[in-house]
Ligand binder design. Structure first.
Ligand code: G6Q
Length: 589
């Protein structure tokens, strides 16, 4: 028997075994939104009802007038005083417009708002996603084997590890070549089809951990319904050596399902035989029924659970492409990093707690100083998708305007998150950050030790130049350049205002030791918990996303109006009607 056939048989056997394991431990049935409003725990105090909030409001005037040059001159230890370090991550928030009173009041705010109690409820598997009556237990995805984390009285950790073990067996089979395509060839390209939470995390992680990936298997990510995405990502691939991972929690998302159908047709156009689907498609989903309907053998399905939100799922089976890329051992290191940060968040006192500080300074900037956006600026090319990932994590979680009980928020919630890697951004939009009319708080992020120390003292050491730029940006934003300093350089008087830098522009610097799967896990969990602390204080449900629904429903109605043979009487507003008519005309319909 040829080796390929033998190993294919073995993999089938493994899958059969693991399917049995999966069905023996069924995923908890999805719950529906409760019919009547759930009770919000009494300790979930609205922030503006706390003493700390009033204190912060009183301190805001002082914060807005703060001069960072003076603050640093007065307190030589400021850089060390307003910094927290844990797990190889040094967070310096001293270049924000804060003083000891502000930090004390922010910590008191977290306490009065019951953040620790809320976190305890989350880790205990309580249904803190109140509008959907679901537990929020992404922390269980990285819980160690043998530990206990319960949802509805059931320990979910064994289920998590059963799936992780199946993923590892599958990833190893693909990596070793034991898993072959329909015509017996080795897989050389893995294409993840997914969108939103089923895409952004896996892409970000693949890019971030590229140095840890094998180069003989390329991973690509198709998300957009725009056919150009599928076209470009597959145009140089061979169906015989391509494996599609269809990643969709619901398996009903129009973009993903359409791309998956297109991928199926693309595969069968060459391989002809529908039996090829079983060798070239696997699914990651909570919906076995839809997976089977699509034609994927549920033996090739990797499950997760309704207590994992899409944007918190990259360390679940949604990370299958990541695991294939970096291997099971490195994926487990990534999980260990998440776990390190979970433990730190759960157990470190708020005063020394990284997620608390990042979150609290953010609330100060957003609410009390009135800054609307945050730029996340990694000085690391491998993290070039990190800001895009955080956009969803932060804005889909906390971009809400009503509280848990439906009352309007009387405070600002999620800022706009945006960013690009440094130093590229410096040559693009930093002008606005330094001299624009609205200050933009920045999170600078870098690793002290490079993965590749490129350059020589003679040609220039890339990493030293990179980090020097990062430190310089924080300095320039905080301390600026006064008109007197500009004049002292002999600048003509009329040019002085143009060349002056106002300073007092806030930034955090996150200096980490070295990028690794473990460090990446720590960083992602740091931001997950930062978002949690903020959502908790803002008293919003960080785990639903009703705001994405309306557009989807309207699009479904418009699709036939665009493609129908005859223009229908659509009855939209005059703007939408005219746009539809123009589209049809230009498409010759
Ligand atoms: C994330 C959101 C959303 C979701 C996508 C894809 O928290 O719920 O971004 O991940 O809409 O959904 P499916 O995985 O169900 O296709």
């Amino acid at each position: 028997m040829p080796a390929a056939t033998l190993s294919r048989k073995n993999t089938r056997k493994n899958n059969r075994k693991s399917t049995r394991a999966k069905t023996a431990t069924p995923a908890r049935a999805a719950k529906a939104s409760p019919a009547s409003a759930p009770t919000v725990p009494a300790w979930h105090v609205a922030p503006d009802k706390t003493r700390a909030w009033k204190r912060l409001a009183a301190l805001a005037k002082r914060g807005r007038a703060m001069d960072l040059r003076q603050a640093f001159a007065k307190d030589r230890s400021r850089g060390a005083r307003f910094a927290v370090e844990a797990l190889g991550i040094h967070l310096d928030y001293s270049k924000n417009l804060v003083d000891g009173d502000v930090v004390d009041a922010l910590l008191a705010l977290a306490k009065e708002c019951g953040v620790a109690k809320h976190a305890k409820a989350m880790f205990a598997g309580e249904a803190i996603n109140l509008t959907e009556n679901r537990a929020v237990l992404h922390a269980a995805l990285r819980a160690p084997k043998g530990s206990v984390m319960k949802v509805d009285g059931e320990n979910v950790v064994p289920h998590v590890h059963a799936v992780l073990d199946r993923m590892a067996a599958f990833a190893d089979a693909v990596r070793s070549g034991a898993w072959r395509g329909h015509t017996g060839k080795k897989i050389t390209a893995v294409v993840n089809i997914g969108i939103g939470g089923s895409d952004l995390g896996p892409v970000m992680a693949y890019e971030a951990l590229k140095d840890f990936t094998r180069r003989d298997i390329a991973c690509r990510y198709v998300s957009n319904i725009d056919g150009e995405d599928f076209y470009e990502k597959t145009r140089d691939l061979d169906p015989e050596t391509t494996l599609f991972v269809v990643s969709s929690k619901t398996f009903t998302t129009i973009e993903t399902m359409t791309n998956a159908q297109t991928a199926r047709a693309w595969t069968l156009a060459k391989l002809k035989n529908p039996a090829a689907v079983a060798r070239h498609f696997v699914a990651v989903s909570t919906n076995a029924e839809e997976v089977a309907k699509f034609g994927i053998d549920t033996a090739n399905m990797f499950g997760f659970w309704d207590w994992v939100g899409g944007r918190y799922s990259m360390d679940s089976a949604i990370g299958l492409s990541t695991m294939i890329a970096v291997g099971p051992a490195a994926f487990h290191e990534l999980l260990a990093g998440f776990r390190d940060m979970d433990e730190h968040f759960r157990t470190a006192p708020a005063k020394k707690n990284l997620p608390y500080h990042l979150a609290l300074v953010g609330i100060w900037n957003r609410e009390f100083l009135g800054f609307d956006t945050v730029a996340v600026l990694p000085y690391c090319q491998y993290l070039h998708r990190f800001s895009a990932y955080l956009q969803q994590l932060d804005m889909e979680s906390n971009g809400k305007r009503v509280q848990l009980d439906g009352a309007a928020c009387r405070w600002q919630t999620a800022p706009v998150i945006w960013g690009e890697p440094g130093t590229n951004g410096q040559h693009a939009f930093y002008q606005m950050i330094h001299q624009g009319s609205s200050p933009v708080p920045c999170d600078f992020l870098a690793f002290a030790k490079p993965l590749h120390d490129v350059g020589t003292p003679a040609t220039g050491m890339h990493h030293d130049i990179l980090l020097a730029n990062l430190f310089a940006q924080g300095e320039a934003l905080a301390f600026g350049k006064t008109p007197a300093e500009v004049r002292a350089e002999g600048t003509p008087e009329w040019l002085v205002p143009h060349r002056t830098f106002p300073g007092n522009r806030p930034s955090n610097t996150l200096l980490c030791e070295k990028l690794s799967p473990r460090m990446l896990g720590r960083l992602i969990a740091l931001y997950e918990h930062k978002v949690f602390v903020q959502g908790s204080i803002w008293r919003v449900n960080s785990f639903d996303q009703w705001g994405v629904e309306l557009g989807k429903v309207l699009a479904k109605r418009i699709i036939p109006e665009l493609s129908g043979a005859k223009a229908a009487k659509t009855g939209h507003d005059s703007s939408t009607d005219a746009l539809i008519a123009r589209y049809r005309a230009w498409r010759g319909r």
